[in-house]
Design a protein around this ligand. Sequence first.
Ligand code: ATP
Ligand code: MG
Length: 274
Amino acid sequence: MVRPLFPLNASFAKLPTQWQQTLNRLVDDYNLWTGWDDETMAVTPTTVVGEAIALHQVSKIFNPEHCPCVALNQVSLTIPKGAVQMVVGPSGAGKTTLLLTLAGLLSPTSGRITALGEPLTTFDQDHLEYFRRRYMGLVFQESNLLRSLTALENVEAMIAFRGNRIRIPRHHAKGLLESVGLGNHLRHLPRQLSGGQQQRVAIARALAGYPPLILADEPTASLDSGTGCTVVNLMRQLAHDHGCTVIITTHDTRLIQAGDRIAHINDGVLTLEA
Ligand SMILES: Nc1ncnc2c1ncn2[C@@H]1O[C@H](COP(=O)(O)OP(=O)(O)OP(=O)(O)O)[C@@H](O)[C@H]1O
Ligand SMILES: [Mg+2]
């Protein structure tokens, strides 16, 4: 029998059985969303064990027929839950391709990926979308904010979109924006913010609801080094406090020490630092 994860949420019953089973298995195996943090008003994961992400011999070849470009070359990587994994490499090394593939936005040419124990590479598009929305916080190189919404509304909208059980979304969104130094810019529209401020809103949005997986592609590219360190340390704190697993790509070697684990990528080949 499928035990409802969200008994109060009628939409759970409308999900395909396979998805219901995935969600229930995540709750059973990982004990996700079972803690309640009175201070943040968020439902948080309570156990941090096992691996969050595993890539097995993942390759991505663009234009295989005409002008092949091997963006990922047999990449294997295992990231334990609660870890901050830095992936460092120069421009064109394959960092964005790696994160897009992990997020299920690009399909690998070969290889397997599991995320939170789920075989991502076997999921169809709908299942991938659902998994991404519910369990992943994404920061891209462009901030991709909704232009007609304020900073606060952009973060709040993500909480609703993700379906998190956050008691006071506004309180939570405000707290995240304050922690990235934007407490005085809550009502600003994206066009009223600098590039770095927009990037920080995008980071707060990705962290909304403390998703178990946070994938950040050069999140500090448009920030000064002080703000960049603050942002990375915030992600690091979330990993430790809430059991989120964080993957950050960067070409800024000053940020490397903020990671628990460091990998280097060059021409699509990933090597782990001992
Ligand atoms: N859609 C695409 N079609 C063809 N080639 C692509 C595509 N996307 C990326 N590439 C190629 O794959 C390689 C890796 O690109 P990727 O964007 O992953 O690098 P990156 O490490 O993120 O670089 P940067 O630091 O400049 O963002 C590059 O050689 C790039 O030209
Ligand atoms: Mg990139």
